[in-house]
Design a protein around this ligand. Structure first.
Ligand code: SF4
Ligand code: SF4
Length: 260
């Protein structure tokens, strides 16, 4: 996504799942935690879900404390980025000098991918493969280490396979919007709906279960039970609902009840 894009304007060399690179990161590198300052990290829906759970706070608390809302220019869609501390080094709120990342098991997707970037907005559900590229930053000593990886091995090791799978619906929405002519803008209300589903799962849960939503749409009892107890399923249900509501794709799964 955007946060991984090459800043220089030079088209990055495209890598595939089988491409190799040499890299390792550990506590003994002299640059330890340097990459956790002054960074621009876009959070995915699944990142927010897991980070707020790890911190034991609500989506509202997480969003207001740790994120900044933005508009992704390429797609004219709302995104959120990690809010950095206002210290001299503009540190990530989760970094500690000696121990590193305090939420390591639940760190965001971008942190996992590094030193790879993803050409994510260049592919979609049209059968094209994603491509990757190296994000080489001068301060990063990890490239001097001897460990060699294939891109596919790195992704598995860092746990991004699962995250990309969960976030696929979100990515498809972005790609769909980006593929429309620039003149076709979403209304502010549509953008707010998108924001709620993708980044505020508590609010979306209330919207589904405490409004007239289930009286208006045909949703099977089985689906209701699963989205009630599983936030990942609720999130994916939300992506499907957004596709049907905003772009009229897969709308058969969201039929209005005849009495509505
Ligand atoms: S979330 Fe963790 S890994 Fe990512 S920038 Fe912050 S401290 Fe570093
Ligand atoms: S700058 Fe590179 S090697 Fe250093 S801690 Fe960050 S990722 Fe690891």
């Amino acid at each position: 996504m955007e946060q991984n894009c090459q800043p220089s304007g030079i088209p990055p060399e495209q890598m595939t799942m089988k491409s190799e690179f040499t890299f390792a990161c550990h506590k003994d590198v002299e640059c330890f935690t340097r990459c956790c300052r002054g960074i621009d990290i876009m959070l995915t829906p699944y990142d927010i879900l897991t980070m707020r759970k790890k911190l034991g706070i609500t989506s509202d608390q997480f969003l207001s404390t740790f994120t900044t809302p933005q508009i992704l220019e390429k797609a004219d869609m709302p995104v959120v980025t990690l809010k950095l501390l206002e210290d001299e080094r503009k540190s990530c709120p989760f970094v500690e000098d000696h121990t590193g990342c305090t939420i390591y098991e639940d760190r965001p997707t971008t942190c996992r991918y590094y030193p790879l970037g993803v050409g994510a907005l260049s592919y979609s559900d049209d059968g094209k493969d994603p491509f990757f590229f190296m994000v080489k930053e001068g301060h990063c000593m990890g490239f001097k280490e001897k460990k060699t990886w294939q891109v596919a091995e790195w992704r598995e090791d860092q746990g991004v396979d699962l995250r990309d799978k969960v976030n696929q619906g979100w990515l498809e929405l972005m790609v769909r919007k980006k593929s429309l002519p620039a003149s076709m803008k979403l209304s502010e209300q549509s953008k707010q709906m998108f924001f709620m589903v993708c980044y505020n799962i508590d609010a979306f849960s209330r919207f589904v279960f405490e409004s007239t939503f289930l009286q208006r749409y045909e949703v099977s009892q089985e689906t209701i039970e699963s989205i009630k107890t599983d936030e990942v399923k609720l999130l994916q249900f939300g992506f499907d609902w957004l596709k049907a509501s905003l772009f009229h794709t897969g709308k058969d799964s969201f039929q209005l009840k005849k009495t509505a």
